[in-house]
Structures are given as C-alpha cells and as structure tokens.
Design a protein around this ligand. Structure first.
Ligand SMILES: Nc1ncnc2c1ncn2[C@@H]1O[C@H](COP(=O)(O)OP(=O)(O)O)[C@@H](O)[C@H]1O
Ligand SMILES: [Mg+2]
Length: 362
C-alpha cells in the first residue's frame, strides 16, 4: 500500500480553506489502496504529525491532538520525524499530496522541499507553482505567448510612496476606472480591492502591500467569470467549463466562503460551444506556458458588453472540497472525485519516474 502524505493548513492567509479541502480529500480517498499519513502545518509554520479523525481538521482542534513534529535535519539533508527514533519523512511517506493554498504551499516552496528530500508529489513542480502564484510573473509569460488578458500595471510596494505621481500617470495612460488592486502572491481574494475612483487607490495599495511586496493593478471588467480544469503532464486534458455567479459585486472572500451558498456554480457554463472551445484551448496554452504539471484550474473573465474573453489566472492548487469548482468540472467530464485524486497521484508518480531517469544524466 502506498503511504500517502497529505499536507494541510499552512502559513498562508488561506489556511482555513486548506482545512476544508484536506478534510474532503481525506474522506474521499480509498483507504484500501492508500495508507494515509496526515501532516498539519500550523499558521506559525510548525509541522505536526496528526493521526486523529478527519472531522477535527476543519475546526482546528487537530492541533491539540497532534503529536510528533517534523524538523529539518541539515546533517542528513532530510526532514526528521521527532519522537520516532529519527525516522525521516522519506521513510514515513511514499508520496506527498500538498492540499495547501497560497504562499508556502502553492508557490513552489514546499514543492522545492519535496524535490530536495526526493519525495514524489502531486501537482505542479517548482517553476509552474511559482509562476502561477505570482500574478505579475504569470502575466509577463502570458503576454509573451500572445494570450489575451486585461491591461495591467505593476509596482513594488517598497516604491509606492515615491512613485505615486508616476503610478497615477501609468494608470491614466493604460487603464480606466474601475480598477482592481491585488497582491501579486495571494489567493481567495485576500488583500484585493475593486477601486472605482482615484481617492480610494491609496488604501487599496496599502492593503495589498500588507500581503506582498509586489502589487498588480488591473483594468476592471464588467464580466462573467468562467473557469476550466486541466489535468495532465505532457498531454494535458481539459474538463468542462463552468461559471461562477458570485453573490457580491465580484467574487470576493465573503462570496467565496461565507455567503451560505448564495454564490452559484453553473456547470456546464451557459455559453456557446465556440466560446467553450476558445476557453479550453487557451487554458491548455496557458498551462503549458507556465510549465504546469499534474493539474490546475484556469480562470477567465468574459466582458459582458463585448463578449471578449480574457485569461485571469491559473490556480495550481485550487479549492478541493467535493463542492469546489475543480472537482465538479471533472465530475461533469466523467471523472468522479475519488478517481480525480488517484489520477493526480498517478501523474505525480509518472513525473517523478521521468525525473529520476533524466537525473542519471545530469
Ligand atoms: N480585472 C478584473 N475585472 C473584474 N473583476 C476582477 C478582475 N480581477 C479580479 N476580479 C474579481 O476578483 C476576484 C478575485 O481575483 P483573482 O485575480 O482571481 O484573485 P485570487 O487569486 O484572489 O482569486 C475574481 O474572481 C473576480 O471576481
Ligand atoms: Mg481567482
């Protein structure tokens, strides 16, 4: 039986979202096929081995029950599980499935650590994760590929005070109100603002700067939100296209997680076949452009007035509860939730074997 390490929690602002995703994943996995090892990461970044019930993950009480901790052991170039007589993480698990959202989970950092200690893992590797996490880096790559996206301006938050005049000119030159201000490395709409007039720009920049040094300012679009799901390594398959109909003016944190189900997911999306075709083709192009592997959800904005479709972002560890868009898009395409998780594990193993073969030649 494969010892499957599920990593949940994490240091990012999306810690709670991860607890929900991980609980769902743990409950769905076929326990006859996989021996599950759950590793919780606290908000402070402490790694704890947890073997209590999955129900105690979502409310945070797992932390009191977690026992052995994991610590980096620089002498052995490994991560040691404390309290087990020096067992390493590599001995504890055969495969790592990070169900972590946002920085330190979805951004290539933990993926780099798995590479260092030679553990196969699910999802994108370092470069795909890092590029997709940083909205500015991703946009630069998409623009080289000629993928349609909304106009944007980007700044380093350390430059904000001195650059205000420059920034105002750039915004006037390239954008019209309303605009969206976002930390480059965040998710779940945390730190993000819709700014309708110039007087609200400074508070929005200050808010974004709380989360990241890099800030992106984008043209706001009166839009429909369409999403699709990609799965694969070299050969990337695309699932159904769905639409999010948020309960608020846009898809902010509260409409994502706290609106009691008023936000609607419409699967499949009510758009033309031609539009679906464009979305699915662009999704694969974008996935390949960032060198994504395993799986990702690719999000689009469709201008309600002109019908123009813009790529918004790629999420390399999208929300993963049974009711989240990514699994539902695959269910619609004929791949049920437990099978989807198994496929992600297979793809991770496939990529690991390929890397092992190539590293012989390095
Ligand atoms: N340029 C834009 N025009 C209109 N709405 C936007 C734009 N950018 C973001 N939004 C709204 O904000 C939400 C979150 O933005 P997004 O870029 O997807 O960040 P996150 O990584 O936090 O999900 C989107 O789902 C959408 O509702
Ligand atoms: Mg988004």
């Amino acid at each position: 039986m494969m010892k499957l390490g599920i990593f949940f929690g994490g240091r990012s602002g999306e810690h709670e979202v991860s607890l929900m995703s991980a609980t769902s994943v743990i409950n769905a996995i076929d326990k006859e096929k996989y021996e599950i090892v759950t590793i919780g990461i606290t908000k402070e970044g402490k790694w704890l081995l947890y073997d209590g019930p999955a129900e105690h993950i979502e409310d945070g009480s797992w932390q009191e029950e977690a026992e052995a901790a994991l610590a980096a052991d620089p002498e052995k170039y490994t991560i040691t599980v404390l309290g087990t007589g020096g067992k390493s993480l590599r001995e504890l698990i055969d495969f790592a499935l990070p169900v972590l959202h946002g920085p330190y989970g979805e951004d290539g950092t933990i993926q780099g650590l798995f590479e260092m200690v030679d553990i196969p893992y699910g999802g994108c590797d370092v470069i795909g994760s890092a590029l997709a996490m940083d909205k500015i880096a991703a946009k630069h790559v998409f623009s080289v590929m000629g993928i349609r996206q909304v106009p944007y301006v980007w700044i380093d938050s350390e430059d904000v005070p001195g650059l205000h005049g420059w920034l105002r000119r750039k915004i006037e030159e390239r954008l019209t109100w309303p605009i969206f201000v976002k930390p480059a490395n965040m998710g779940s709409s945390v730190g993000l603002s819709r700014v309708a007039e110039e007087k609200d720009l400074c508070p929005a920049l200050e808010l974004a700067a709380k989360y990241d040094r890099r800030i992106i300012i984008e043209q706001g679009v009166n839009c429909r939100e369409l999403e699709t799901a990609v799965l694969g390594n070299h050969v990337a398959k695309v699932g159904a296209v769905g639409e999010i109909i948020p309960s608020n003016e846009y898809y902010d944190y509260s409409s994502k997680y706290c609106d009691g189900g008023k936000t609607r997911l419409c699967i499949p999306a009510d758009i033309t076949e031609e539009q679906k075709k464009e979305i699915r083709a662009t999704a694969v192009q974008a996935y390949k452009a960032l060198d994504c592997k395993g799986y990702a959800r690719v999000d689009f904005l469709m201008d309600k007035d002109t019908g123009e479709i813009y790529l918004n972002e790629i999420n390399t560890i999208p929300g993963f509860t049974r009711y989240s868009m990514f699994p539902l898009l695959w269910a619609e395409a004929g791949l049920p939730y437990p099978k989807l998780i198994e496929r992600i594990i297979e793809l991770g193993m496939e990529r690991y074997r390929m890397k092992c073969r190539q590293s012989v030649n390095r």
